[in-house]
Write a protein that binds this ligand. Structure first.
Ligand code: B12
Ligand code: SF4
Length: 468
């Protein structure tokens, strides 16, 4: 009879990674679901920098710099770049603990009856495969199940190459009953209602050693259908929790784990504000907890009114990021029309009146979308600066199954349909020939410095005086 389940959050292998309030909330939801079904759950986070086993161990790299808001650097070690990416002149790193520490931590646990591994970005799969392989080495003969975003977005790639026994697409709550019944001969008795998010237990954040922040999800999905985004593929129809239950969860984590920083992972926190944002913010103000909120995932500018801005400020929303993507009207219209320039200008003005300063108002701008030229990105950056907000460049990552995917495949010089490593946003894998990597570097500098007045491309060489 299956009793012990080991859940693993793999490393990140990438050119760059920063902990912007990242936590594997999907895996920790799975943990609480399994606990509700009477199983013992153990958890290893390869990205953990606090694990008791790691303290004072010579094998661990230097402690990374963390901020007191719950974000910060990861432990980082340079590793060989995968063959397919060797042409790219950047160091490739493993973010997280050392493989030796991972093995040691696993060996100290009771032997599991089954191991479940999550996955996030499609192009992080090599770290997932290494995780699966080390799990197998430590617990030979124990079934390994793989799920999460990479599996849902690249199911065939995962099934044929990961080395896991089972690759399960979609929400774990949906696949677990079949897995346990058909494969493990065990009936699960607790089944949350997929349409009622309040029937799910809280994610098992108590499994995290020294959590410096926890993420909150008030909803799943998004009512919009932007052509570059995978939300509709991953999350199903838009559905929400009861805002009072959300405030209760926040108070629960504050009082039980002493959490003072919370990040919202919602795709559409502010949409239809009378259903969630307004009652939730009022409730948070009423409870007056000594906590702060961060929104690393983009919020909707269209919903920002004087009232919402004031409530957000008063409730303690400190890090606010908005999905604007481009000031180009054509871009806005063809990709989904979630916001226009008038709504942007009004929203920034309301936020500033409420007390937010320019550096607080982070505006995501997409860079490297198929067909996009450097001038369009520059115009968007200058537009954001001119309204007193801060542009934040988000490099486009192509995602299989999205409306923009066929254009992305056609635009990219890399075989993105066959090799998910080429979805890596750092490569700008779908940039047009008129947006060079040098121009992108210049765009980043302009985004960071509103006063910078430099040309996007170097001026052509001066003709020599002899006329030759
Ligand atoms: C929150 C979020 C972030 C957070 C961090 C989240 C984190 N955990 O680390 C922030 C804002 C920092 C972020 C950043 C980025 N993100 Co992001 N992010 C998301 C978002 C909105 C939600 C993910 C999430 O937590 N969902 C909620 C949980 C409950 O779902 P889940 O993890 O999928 O888990 C469920 C299932 O997958 C399954 N499951 C999970 N684990 C397991 C395990 C097993 C065994 C099984 C069976 C099932 C299972 O069951 C779970 C419960 O139902 C998704 C889009 C989306 N709506 O899904 C994009 C998304 C994943 N991000 C994306 C991108 C592009 C980025 C950036 C590159 C953006 C940029 N250009 O800068 C950066 C890169 C970050 C980095 N380098 O560190 C892309 C993915 C691209 C790709 N090629 O894979 C997505 C899909 C958005 C999009 N564009 O469509 N992101
Ligand atoms: S509004 Fe945001 S989350 Fe919703 S589909 Fe568009 S990009 Fe995705």
């Amino acid at each position: 009879m299956i009793q012990n389940v080991l859940l693993v959050n793999p490393w990140i292998y990438d050119f760059a990674a920063y902990d912007f309030w990242n936590k594997p909330i999907g895996l920790l939801l799975l943990a609480s679901f399994l606990r509700k079904n009477g199983l013992n759950v153990h958890y290893v986070d390869c990205l953990d920098h606090h694990h008791p086993e790691l303290r004072d161990k010579a094998s661990s790299p230097r402690t990374p710099k963390r901020k007191n808001t719950g974000s910060g650097a990861y432990l980082k070690t340079q590793i060989p770049t995968p063959e397919a990416l060797r042409f790219f002149p950047r160091r490739y790193n493993r973010y997280g603990i050392s493989p030796a520490d991972f093995l040691r931590i696993m060996q100290a646990l009771p032997k599991p009856d089954i191991v479940m591994v999550t996955s996030m970005m499609t192009y992080w799969y090599p770290a997932v495969f290494d995780t699966v392989s080390l799990v197998r080495q430590t617990f030979p003969g124990i079934p390994v199940v793989l799920g999460g975003n990479y599996v849902s977005l690249c199911p065939q790639h995962a099934a044929s190459k990961s080395g896991a026994d089972y690759c399960l697409e979609g929400p774990a709550e949906r696949s677990m009953p079949f897995l346990f019944k058909d494969v493990m001969n065990r009936e699960l008795y607790f089944h949350p209602d997929p349409s009622d998010l309040d029937s799910h237990p809280y994610p098992a954040f108590d499994l995290i050693d020294h959590p410096d922040q926890v993420p909150i999800l008030t909803s799943r999905g998004c009512p919009y259908r932007c052509s570059y985004c995978a939300s509709p593929l991953l999350n199903g129809p838009f559905r929400r929790r009861d805002p009072i239950h959300v405030a209760e969860e926040i108070e629960f984590w504050h009082s039980h784990l002493g959490i003072r920083n919370f990040s919202f992972y919602d795709d559409a926190l502010l949409v239809n504000p009378e259903e969630m944002a307004i009652p939730l913010f009022h409730e948070l103000i009423k409870r007056n907890l000594p906590v702060q909120f961060h929104c690393p995932n983009g919020l909707h500018l269209r919903e920002i009114t004087p009232e919402i801005s004031r409530l957000m400020f008063e409730a303690g929303f400190r890090t606010i990021r908005f999905g604007f993507e481009s000031s180009d009207r054509g871009f806005q219209r063809t990709t989904g029309g979630k916001v226009d320039n008038r709504e942007f200008a009004d929203a920034v003005s309301h936020l500033r009146h409420a007390g937010y300063q320019t550096p607080d108002i982070g505006i995501y701008l997409l860079c490297g979308v198929p067909g996009q030229d450097a001038e369009e990105v520059e115009a968007s950056i200058r537009f954001v600066h001119s309204h007193g907000a801060r542009p934040v460049i988000a490099e486009y990552s192509p995602i299989p199954g999205t409306a923009l995917w066929e254009d992305a495949v056609a635009a990219s010089p890399y075989p993105i349909a066959d090799e998910p490593l080429f979805h890596n946003n750092t490569l700008l894998p779908c940039r047009s020939a008129s947006l060079t990597y040098e121009m992108y570097q210049t765009l980043k500098r302009i985004a960071g410095d509103p006063g910078l007045d430099i040309p996007l491309s170097p001026p052509p060489p001066m003709p020599s005086s002899s006329g030759r």
